[in-house]
Design a protein around this ligand. Structure first.
Ligand SMILES: [Zn+2]
Length: 236
């Protein structure tokens, strides 16, 4: 089991950690700032720095057998550390910050576009969501204007936790429920964009919508009778 430091502070770029397992899948640490692929957000890349100055380049991060198990996937051919080794785990912050900005932007897209979300993906500098909406009523420029308005307004963004019973008793807490939250573990992590959007999410986000910066809707694709794919990218 790995302590998931990014859950409470998405701005942590590095942490001290100890290697607890090494196998064909990769390297596990007792704690980490590396986000594993999940919820439409890609896993982090970065580096593990060992005592003595050697480094292990990490190409990707994946979930292990359980949700709290994080596997740091080294680049092919990397010399692996020994179990028990002390390391400094450091993510590629430039890439992660762009992913956090775009991930937060996709929450805004949920608020701008009516309709259930059926899928999505966050990339480096771009992202997309699929909406279950019929016809051709979606307007690229209107959606971009709606997004940029919410971005410029500077809404606070923060995760919060509620327990399963509270979620069940107060379903109005969740305005956009694209994915039924995993209940049963006792508590559910929500992402709250003040006055804009509240929904279950385990990813990493910026602290304020103003940090996202200007975006454009690059295209709206028809992916089936009731499925519209909205693609968003940073301007410039
Ligand atoms: Zn999210």
């Amino acid at each position: 089991m790995t302590e998931l430091l990014f859950r409470d502070d998405a701005y942590l770029r590095s942490c001290a950690a100890r290697v607890v397992a090494v196998d064909e899948r990769g390297i596990q640490l007792d704690r980490t700032v590396f986000y594993p692929t999940g919820g439409g957000q890609p896993g982090d890349s970065g580096v593990l720095r060992l005592a003595g100055g050697t480094t292990v380049a990490i190409a990707d991060t994946a979930k292990g057998a359980s949700a709290d198990e994080v596997v740091h996937v080294p680049v092919p051919g990397a010399a692996l550390p020994l179990v028990g080794a002390e390391v400094t785990a450091e993510i590629d912050w430039g890439r992660r910050h762009r992913v956090m900005r775009m991930h937060t932007c996709l929450h805004l897209l949920c608020a701008v576009v009516p309709g259930a979300v059926t899928g999505g993906s966050v990339g480096d500098g771009r992202g997309r969501l699929d909406f279950d909406v019929p016809g051709a009523g979606l307007d690229k420029d209107a959606i971009a204007a709606g997004l940029n308005k919410l971005i410029a307004e500077g809404h606070a963004v923060a995760p919060c936790w509620i327990d399963d019973a509270e979620l069940e008793a107060r379903p109005e807490l969740v305005r956009t429920m694209s994915v039924k939250p995993p209940t049963g573990a006792g508590k559910v992590r929500l992402l709250d964009i003040d006055g804009v959007d509240l929904q279950p999410c385990g990813g990493t986000h910026v602290k304020n919508t103003a940090e996202i910066g200007p975006v454009e809707v690059t295209k709206i694709e028809n992916k089936g009778r009731q499925n519209r794919r909205i693609n968003v990218a940073f301007v410039g």
